[in-house]
Write a protein that binds this ligand. Structure first.
Ligand code: CO
Length: 504
């Protein structure tokens, strides 16, 4: 009897997809401890947006949270999500920073590193793969799964062959938007099984409401590992419930290492924590509604939640459909990048700007210019020429990013923090600061530099609220003027618009 391995994602992707990564440290630790007793193959607990969110929203060090999770969950392998040369940020960092980040991650308790590149550009994961191997963690190489005229199963098979050559220990089909069809889940897994003996994990989201069928087909095709969440954090833009996975496995005669009794105890713990966030309004209950339109828009779970909540909070929810319809057009112009961080933020923000300004590509995030000149690597398909011309204005060469040519940042940032803190900064502090200078410096000012001084003395340093996903934050100025703040990565765009007609 084949044993199906099950990974729980509650603390990382569940948290990111349903709570916009707002889960507090004490709840993360309580959940990790409860889930640790259930017998999962592994738990994804860190990386992705959680690193940024720790400093930005929780006023916590992401490294300390990781060490605490490790202590709270001593029996289960811990995994994290790494964006290749983008690490956990929104641009490419030099390889010295990448190596330090990976070494520290492993030293602090991570066993499995799931690594992908948003463009599936092998050059953007090559270095990360080498460092994961060098420091002896399990390298799970992930394909960013998407559907487009250029993303065939043959395309993914070629990628997996390259991953295997580069030393991958396992493969993940990372269906971040939840758009894989049941039929193709089966076909792709069977096709991959013909070219590799590496274990295959399927990661999908329940956004469209088809995941149960996807998992049935995947298990029939011999998938080795599947991802889910404890049920109070499952469904909608999140993932299939772990309990549902067990039921499917039972039906298909697969065994597993999970203990149903311990799982039920973890369920009780998770339920109470979910109640707290539902009461606080951080649990995005609208994100639980099945949305089959996702096949068209392809937004990843976390981004759709963020987009909905941002538009709702700012009273611009009525523009959501227009924005979602614009997303596939921008994506096509950009050469069909998979919509995953940071490309999802770039495409999403450009779509928001196109809709709000009423003119396509009138305003464009600087990240898109970087993309058009090669700063994020090679796009999957040709970039539309008129789009390129409109944004770049002049003919600028496309030079694919080369990590070895990026200026090393560690020494410079070490010196800056030493000056700021009046002591030698820790390596983990320099690495965190390099990836997220604004949120990490704000965190240090609040916690280390504000001792004995009133909070107000730092208000001058306060920057406008920033979010790690595409945002649109209109502020009423007058009856017919609106200012929208749109954030991409760490840059903010202010768009002022006059409303001339009420068209809906
Ligand atoms: Co995901």
């Amino acid at each position: 009897m084949k044993t199906l391995c099950i990974q729980d994602l509650t603390v990382r992707d569940g948290n990111q997809s349903l709570l916009a990564t707002r889960m507090e440290r004490e709840d993360i630790l309580t959940l990790a401890a409860a889930l640790d007793k259930a017998g999962y193959h592994s738990m994804e607990v860190w990386g992705g947006a959680t690193f940024d969110a720790a400093y930005r929203f929780l006023n916590q060090s992401a490294w300390e949270i990781l060490r605490d999770i490790r202590k709270a969950a001593p029996n289960t392998k811990l995994s994290m999500l790494l964006r290749g040369q983008n690490i956990v940020g929104y641009r490419h960092y030099d390889s010295d920073i990448l190596e330090r980040f990976i070494r520290l991650t492993i030293e602090n308790g991570i066993d499995i590193i799931r690594c992908f590149d948003a463009l599936n550009d092998i050059e953007n994961v090559r270095h990360a793969f080498a460092y994961v191997k060098k420091y002896n963690a399990h390298l799970q190489a992930a394909i960013a799964y998407t559907v487009s005229p250029v993303h065939s199963n043959e395309y993914y098979i070629d990628l997996v062959k390259k991953y295997e050559e580069l030393g991958a220990d396992s493969i993940c089909i990372k269906d971040m938007a939840g758009i894989i069809s049941p039929e193709n889940a089966g076909q792709l897994i069977r096709a991959l099984k013909e070219v590799t003996d590496l274990p295959i994990n399927l990661h999908s989201h329940t956004t469209a409401g088809l995941t149960q069928f996807v998992m049935v087909e995947a298990m029939k095709a011999g998938v080795d590992c599947v991802d889910g969440c404890i049920s109070p954090f499952s469904g909608g833009t999140s993932h299939i419930a772990d309990g549902t996975l067990l039921t499917i496995a039972d039906q298909l005669g697969l065994s597993y290492t999970l203990n149903r009794e311990a799982l039920s105890d973890a369920y009780e713990v998770a339920n109470k924590i979910a109640d707290k966030y539902i009461a606080k309004g951080d649990y995005r209950t609208r994100s639980l509604i099945s949305n089959p339109k996702i096949f068209e828009y392809q937004l990843p779970g976390g981004m759709l939640t963020n987009l909905i909540s941002q538009l709702e909070e700012q009273g611009a929810a009525d523009r959501l459909t227009e924005v979602l319809q614009e997303v596939p057009r921008v994506r096509k112009d950009m050469g069909y990048p998979p919509l995953v961080t940071p490309l999802s933020q770039m495409v999403g923000s450009q779509a928001v700007l196109n809709v709000l300004t009423g003119e396509r590509y009138k305003v464009s995030p600087s990240e898109i210019k970087t993309y058009l000149t090669g700063g994020y690597g090679r796009p999957p398909a040709r970039i539309a020429e008129d789009f390129r011309q409109k944004i770049l204005g002049s003919d600028q060469p496309f030079v694919p990013s080369n990590a070895d040519k990026l200026e090393p940042e560690y020494e410079k940032n070490f010196a800056y923090l030493e000056e700021l803190l009046g002591r030698k900064p820790l390596e983990e502090e320099v690495v965190a600061y390099t990836i997220f200078p604004g949120p990490v410096e704000d965190y240090m000012r609040r916690n280390e530099l504000s001792a004995g001084q009133p909070e107000e003395s730092f208000v001058v340093d306060a920057k406008p609220a920033r979010e790690p996903a595409a945002n649109s934050a209109p502020k009423m100025q007058s009856a017919n003027m609106k200012t929208y703040l749109i954030t991409v990565g760490s840059e903010e765009y202010k768009v002022e618009l006059e409303e001339v007609s009420q068209s809906s």
